[in-house]
Design a protein around this ligand. Structure first.
Ligand code: GLN
Length: 211
């Protein structure tokens, strides 16, 4: 099983390294065809405005939406969370897969970056060490969204809605592997849905039923 990391822009190498550290093969994804081999996709941090432009230019929009619709896990960190939000304050959404409203650069100019230990009950007792770099915050989470982590002031910084996971911070910059393990587990379950539950839209499968 392979996990893709969108490698158009931003901090994708650190995600590939984190996957390597937990024994999962990570592949850089730059073109729609790169998605064929992956059971899930990570959208890294970087600059969401640039990512928006490159996703359009390389025609990655529809293929990523289709991958998500098939139930493959998609995990966005920081700019990746912004890319996945259904609503971005003051901007059009990019890949609106997650029923949240995010505000970009929510911590203002004074506090460009900071680190925090966050309780994330679904990942166990040990807190997650998160690195926040010009990070967004979740202003609204829809009814189907599980809040995974909040800051001490209660602001929401990690969420999950079915197969979509997103963090406002960078776990991959802090040697934190548990989010990647969670996503790899979700991908493995999706990749092997059990007997008789084949994937849809598989070209060879379609060809076979026609004969
Ligand atoms: N500030 C960036 C944006 O708005 C996100 C920063 C990051 O990914 N570290 O897209």
């Amino acid at each position: 099983m392979k996990l893709g990391v969108l490698a158009l822009q931003g901090a994708f190498r650190e995600h590939l390294q984190t996957l390597g550290a937990i024994g999962v093969e990570g592949v850089p994804v730059r073109l729609p065809a790169d998605l064929d081999a992956v059971a899930g996709l990570i959208l890294p941090g970087g600059e969401s405005t640039t990512m928006r432009r490159l996703i359009e230019r390389w025609e990655m929009r529809e293929p990523i939406l289709e991958l998500a619709e098939r139930g493959a896990p998609i995990f966005g960190t920081c700019a990746g969370m912004i890319v996945l939000a259904r609503e971005i304050v003051g901007e059009e959404p990019i890949l609106p897969l997650l029923d949240v409203t995010v505000e970009r650069n929510a911590f203002g100019r004074q506090v460009d970056s900071f680190e925090a230990d966050l309780p994330v009950p679904v990942l166990g007792d040990r807190p997650v060490h998160g690195v926040f770099i010009r990070a967004p915050v979740v202003e609204r989470a829809g009814p189907g969204v599980d809040v995974l982590a909040r800051l001490a002031d209660d602001r929401i910084v990690a969420v999950r809605e079915r197969n979509i996971v997103a963090t406002a911070f960078h776990p991959e910059l802090a040697g934190e592997t548990r989010f990647h393990r969670l996503v790899a587990t979700m991908a493995a379950e999706h990749d092997d849905p059990g007997e008789g539950a084949g994937r849809r839209r598989h070209p060879t499968r379609r060809a076979r039923t026609r004969t």
